[in-house]
Design a protein around this ligand. Structure first.
Ligand SMILES: Cc1cc2nc3c(=O)[nH]c(=O)nc-3n(C[C@H](O)[C@H](O)[C@H](O)COP(=O)(O)O)c2cc1C
Length: 203
């Protein structure tokens, strides 16, 4: 059962702290996406949640190899930096996925991670098996230099597909346009406030 304070109450009356996992698909540390994601996680912590951030650019992993043989439990056979990501998503109680718009879509780092969930897609939709992803809420946040709504829609459709594959319910989104230079998000107090509020509400 979810309470309003970032605490999950189990049937055994144990109190568990909610875990919110942030995934940053931008290569620019301290950039606009990173800053917005930190705000969301700050909001979640203000409600008592535990937070963790994965920076995809810091992981050593390869793109999906389209292995002909996949693990029948929904796991990926490629043992690289993606393995902890699968585990952390399974353990999380909420996910915040963040990516800048690159060429009208997600960053390469983001898409590379998402493709690696083909194993979970196969388990869910072909094998009709439980790959171990529980139903949790998720949010998507993104920034772009231009003012193109269609770019965000493009990115969003990919994220929604990914979320559905790992049983994440697409609950919140934040799209900030006209944000280009590193740090320029700091001039947009409205976006920062919305990001903080997403963190509060996702808990
Ligand atoms: C490789 C690359 C591609 C980009 N493509 C787009 C684009 O298609 N549309 C757009 O509006 N901005 C584009 N941008 C601008 C970024 O979305 C923008 O600078 C954003 O604030 C970067 O966020 P970050 O600081 O989190 O990396 C691109 C930037 C890079 C580096």
């Amino acid at each position: 059962m979810r309470s309003s304070s970032g605490i999950l109450r189990t049937d055994r009356r144990e109190l568990l702290i909610m875990k919110v996992l942030g995934i940053n698909g931008s290569p620019r540390i301290g950039g606009n996406t990173d800053t917005l994601l930190d705000k969301v996680l700050q909001g979640a912590r203000s409600k008592g949640a535990d937070t963790e951030k994965i920076v995809l650019n810091e992981l050593k992993f390869v793109p999906c190899q389209e292995c002909e043989k996949m693990a029948d439990d929904g796991g990926c056979l490629v043992k690289d930096g993606m393995q902890p990501v699968y585990k952390k998503i399974k353990e999380a109680d909420a996910i915040v996925f963040a990516s800048p718009v690159f060429f009208g879509s997600l960053s390469a780092q983001s898409k590379m991670m998402i493709d690696r969930f083909q194993c979970a897609w196969r388990a869910k939709y072909i094998l009709k098996k439980d790959a171990g992803y529980k139903k949790i809420p998720g949010a998507f946040i993104s920034v772009e230099g231009s003012n193109r709504k269609d770019f965000f829609e493009n990115a969003k459709s990919i994220v929604k597909n990914f979320f559905a594959t790992v049983n994440v319910q697409y609950k919140k989104e934040l799209f900030c346009s006209g944000i280009d230079e590193k740090g320029s998000i700091l001039k947009h107090a409205g976006c920062l406030k919305k990001a903080f509020d997403i963190g509060v509400k996702i808990v």
